[in-house]
Ligand binder design. Structure first.
Ligand code: NDP
Length: 282
């Protein structure tokens, strides 16, 4: 008896997002909107899967005729471990958010970093090449975006995290892929960075990272991976301190979904209208 998936799905049309908790996920709406652009018929569901259960869930999904699975907190590392084929970006990130089957083998990609880089570059015109980036946080999201961030050629990515050991571990893991450094949590960088990315979960709790106003120069862009209709504590703080742009993570969410959609369907959806609709709360 299936615990997660029933076996009544038309082959090759079934997609899902798994995680715990999963009720809040906006992925079904985003993928359905993308599919409509191409006249693709699909079923995309949210499925609650607890840590440790992903292998069994993937097996059931395969048996049910499932084609593509998105993976969110707290299963991205587990997805990476299970994968038999990993894209170079996923291999480096140590975490995967997009799974599918290739010749019967489980394949994995991590589209979070691509989502962030596309939102910054394509949607907001923020250049990353030769820019100084301050990355706050060293959890799964920070790790997941580092491969794509470093591919974009910044002059340096400085990682600052409450638990210094996690920041140091990222510096060690990525040192061969670009210029990376660490900074003590709460310490001020020597000069204001061009871009500050908040990859902590602080905004979810209504809290701010301990940054002084001096971190913001007139050209500084601030990006919070958390998204909220009326801005996050960090984007509001950044606006109040004169950041050139203060952006939340809604665009990243839609762009990482678009990159996953492209992996599965081989076509790139338009994202602007979907981001606008989600911003309106449609
Ligand atoms: P993790 O739980 O793996 O990491 C949480 C991070 O936040 C760690 O760096 C942690 O520091 C830090 N943190 C948590 N609480 C505090 C605190 N009180 N003070 C200082 N630092 C704190 O989560 P993820 O990395 O997976 O996700 C981070 C955020 O990014 C989430 O809010 C998530 O919603 C968002 N996200 C958004 C995406 C999007 O598409 N827009 C995609 C992926 C994530 P420490 O190591 O010291 O515990």
């Amino acid at each position: 008896m299936a615990r997660w998936f029933t076996e009544h799905y038309p082959p090759n049309r079934y997609f899902c997002v798994v995680g715990s908790p999963i009720g809040h996920s906006r992925s079904p709406g985003i993928h359905t909107a993308f599919a409509q652009q191409f006249g693709i018929e699909l079923i995309y569901e949210r499925v609650e899967v607890a840590p440790g259960d992903l292998a069994a869930a993937v097996d059931e999904f395969r048996t049910a005729g499932g084609r593509g699975m998105n993976v969110t907190v707290p299963l991205k590392e587990e997805a990476w471990s299970l994968a038999e084929i990993r894209s170079p970006r996923a291999a480096l990130a140590g975490a995967a958010n997009t799974l599918w089957f290739e010749g019967g083998r489980l394949a994995a990609e991590n589209t979070d970093g691509l989502g962030l880089v596309r939102d910054l570059g394509a949607n907001h015109g923020v250049e990353l090449e030769d820019r100084e980036i301050l990355l706050l946080g060293a959890g799964g999201a920070a790790r997941g975006v580092l491969p794509a961030l470093l591919e974009a050629g910044p002059s340096r990515v400085t990682i600052s995290n409450r638990s210094a050991a996690r920041a140091e571990a990222l510096v060690t893991a990525f040192a061969a892929h670009g210029r990376v450094a660490s900074l003590a949590w709460g310490a001020a960088p020597d000069d204001p960075p061009d871009l500050v990315i908040n990859a902590t979960s602080l905004s979810l709790h209504g809290e701010l990272p301990p940054l002084g106003a001096a971190v913001i120069a007139p050209g500084t862009v601030c990006y919070d991976m958390v998204y909220a209709r009326d801005g996050t504590p960090f984007t509001r703080w950044a606006e109040a301190h004169g950041a050139r742009l203060a952006l939340d993570g809604l665009g990243m969410l839609v762009e990482q979904a678009a990159a996953a959609f492209e992996v599965w369907h081989g076509c790139a959806p338009r994202t602007a209208g979907v981001i606008e609709a989600m911003r309106r709360g449609d």
